[in-house]
Ligand binder design. Structure first.
Ligand SMILES: Cc1cc2nc3c(=O)[nH]c(=O)nc-3n(C[C@H](O)[C@H](O)[C@H](O)COP(=O)(O)O)c2cc1C
Length: 162
């Protein structure tokens, strides 16, 4: 049985929701999975796999998630690490922006060599102003909630080897 820690930064709950889905999958596979928010974690020591999730804000992975990885890089390098991001505009915005989302974890990847990275669509609470939609090249009919639980579950199923 493996011990898995899922650590999240979540401003509006989407990343936390994904963490709960991931924890369910891993528990169903017979492992221990604990979900904590980033500010309540002090050590990664007792875990076999650490999954760190955060939203994309301002086309960057949330800086708090990046900060903890930088500060604990030594500890994390000795562990299996998986990362995921939630981004409302993922695969819906102009290429230039979409590439920014897809490359937002490049630097972090070099620090912790993750076994996997999950890229998931997020959700917003109210429609974006027309000017922002135009800037990012988003279609008018894009739903506010683009989350896909199935994609998260499928990814989670690949993380812990039987
Ligand atoms: C302040 C703020 C900035 C955001 N910036 C982006 C962005 O640059 N690109 C994007 O795709 N989504 C952006 N989003 C949308 C979030 O990625 C999306 O809502 C995600 O599901 C939020 O995750 P959370 O509920 O865990 O906070 C932003 C949301 C907020 C609140």
């Amino acid at each position: 049985m493996k011990k898995v820690l899922i650590v999240t930064v979540s401003k509006t709950g989407t990343t936390d929701h994904a963490a709960n889905l991931i924890a369910d999958v891993i528990q169903r596979q017979g492992h221990e999975a604990i979900h904590k928010s980033l500010d309540s974690v002090d050590s990664f020591e007792s875990y076999d796999l650490i999954i760190i999730g955060a939203p994309i804000n301002g086309m960057m992975w949330h800086p708090d998630a990046k900060k903890i990885i930088e500060s604990k890089a030594g500890e994390l390098q000795a562990k299996e690490v998986a990362l995921y991001l939630m981004a409302y505009m993922l695969d819906a915005c102009r290429n230039t922006w979409n590439n920014k989302i897809h490359s937002s974890l490049n630097q972090i990847e070099k620090m912790v060599s993750p076994i996997s990275i999950g890229y998931f669509k997020g959700k917003i609470d109210k429609p974006m102003p027309a000017i922002a939609r135009f800037l990012f090249g988003l279609p008018k009919e894009l739903p506010l909630d683009r989350t896909e639980d199935d994609a998260v579950i499928q990814w989670a199923e690949t993380l812990v080897s039987p």
